[in-house]
Design a protein around this ligand. Structure first.
Ligand code: HEC
Length: 139
């Protein structure tokens, strides 16, 4: 009996998460995706990996005391940041605050940065995207 109750509870949680995810529009523009993917391969993949999977040891500081490039594919922290913060990190990098991410503001304009963000966001699972969307909308 207890198992059945637990199954129903789990199922309810799952259905609620699916419903929340389903409400969020994921209307990515295919051409934007292509532009963003090409730019990502050109500038970001060398550190963040060709599929935005990040360095395998991204959670541990390296010998220089700094963190390796994290995944941007929805399995790390990037989804905790609204677009404004993502753009700021990409434009300004983290070297100025003691990290290892170079700034891109002299190489990429804001539209290109938005294309790249759209490309890696398309990799996020629905429930992660839905959680990000709530942060984005300040809910
Ligand atoms: C030289 C390696 C390197 C390159 C190239 C690089 N990054 Fe990073 N990136 C990092 C590192 C290292 C971090 C982790 C932040 C820190 O502690 O310095 C990071 C962090 C980030 C974050 C914040 C992630 C989070 O979880 O908050 C984003 C977003 C990001 N990078 C996007 C990009 C994009 C987009 C490009 C290409 C335009 C790019 N990076 C190119 C090394 C790099």
């Amino acid at each position: 009996m207890r198992i059945i109750v637990r199954c129903i509870a789990l199922l309810t949680t799952f259905v609620a998460a699916q419903a929340a995810a389903a409400e969020v529009p994921r209307d990515f523009d295919f051409q934007q995706m292509q532009r963003g993917g090409a730019l990502f391969q050109q500038h970001c993949a060398v550190c963040h990996g060709t599929n935005a999977e990040g360095a395998s040891n991204w959670q541990k500081t390296g010998p220089d005391g700094k963190y390796p490039p994290p995944p941007l594919n929805g399995t790390a922290h990037a989804w905790h940041h609204p677009t404004s913060v993502l753009i700021d990190v990409i434009r300004n990098g983290t070297i100025r605050i003691g990290g290892n991410m170079p700034p891109w503001k002299d190489k990429l304009d804001e539209a290109q940065i938005r294309d790249i963000i759209a490309w890696f966001q398309a990799k996020w699972p629905d429930e992660i995207y839905a959680a990000w969307y709530r942060i984005e909308k300040g809910q």
